[in-house]
Design a binder for this molecule. Structure first.
Ligand code: URA
Length: 221
């Protein structure tokens, strides 16, 4: 579904909605939360990768030879999970396309300034052939847009054009979408839902709480 935001695609699917009802539920078990989040991620990922380039190949089935199509391996497909909640999405990415390169980027949110603080970057110092790279930046929660913006900027600085970068989030706040679409016209963003707003602590409302804490069970007791 097209939205008021340029290049923001809300993926509508009954199974997305069904699984969203599990992950939003504060009483969902850890098992239900993780697996439902991954099911939503799978639908998002299949939709967001639908324009990957294909090339022809020839294979032999047990019965006969035939022509077939495969992802054009002159392209490198990169999934870049923003640590740590993005890890759940990269697990799904690896399942649907094991040949992809997973290049983790790590930022935590300074709770006072809400600005991202880098602590990990597994991207190469430079890409030898940036025009042949397709990057999918993964973060289940697009909230203020600050860490998403830092991750997208990193790939742009390394020579990858905005047409070859896609952002995937399970939930997005209008505030974060405003930041990304204003700063990066041409960036394609796939999400399962655009929520109402952020609260004073920059959590998405109604959202699902802290995705990292719910994935890794790191709540303060
Ligand atoms: N990150 C989260 O995990 N949840 C939010 O609501 C916002 C940012």
């Amino acid at each position: 579904m097209k939205t008021d935001f340029e290049n923001v695609i809300v993926v509508n699917h009954p199974l997305c909605e069904h699984n969203m009802s599990h992950i939003r539920d504060k009483n969902a078990s850890a098992d239900s939360f993780i697996n439902s989040l991954k099911r939503v991620a799978q639908i998002l990922m299949y939709t967001a990768t639908k324009n990957l380039p294909l090339s022809c190949c020839h294979v032999e089935t047990p019965i006969a030879e035939c022509d077939a199509l495969k992802i054009d391996d002159s392209y490198k497909i990169v999934f870049a999970p923003i640590l740590r909640a993005g890890l759940a999405l990269s697990e799904v990415a690896k399942e649907i396309y094991p040949e992809a390169s997973i290049q983790h980027v790590g930022m935590y949110r300074d709770e006072a300034t809400l600005e991202p603080v880098w602590y990990y970057d597994k991207t190469p110092v430079s890409y030898s052939n940036p025009e042949k790279i397709k990057v999918f930046v993964l973060d289940p929660m697009l909230a203020t847009g600050n860490s998403s913006k830092a991750a997208v900027s990193l790939f742009l600085k390394k020579g990858i054009s905005i047409e070859n970068i896609v952002f995937i989030s399970v939930l997005a706040a209008p505030e974060g979408l405003e930041v990304l679409t204003k700063d990066f016209p041409g960036l394609k963003i796939y999400t399962a839902h655009i929520d109402k707003s952020l609260n004073s602590k920059a959590y998405i409302v109604p959202g699902l709480g802290d995705a990292g804490d719910r994935l890794f069970n790191t709540f303060e007791k």
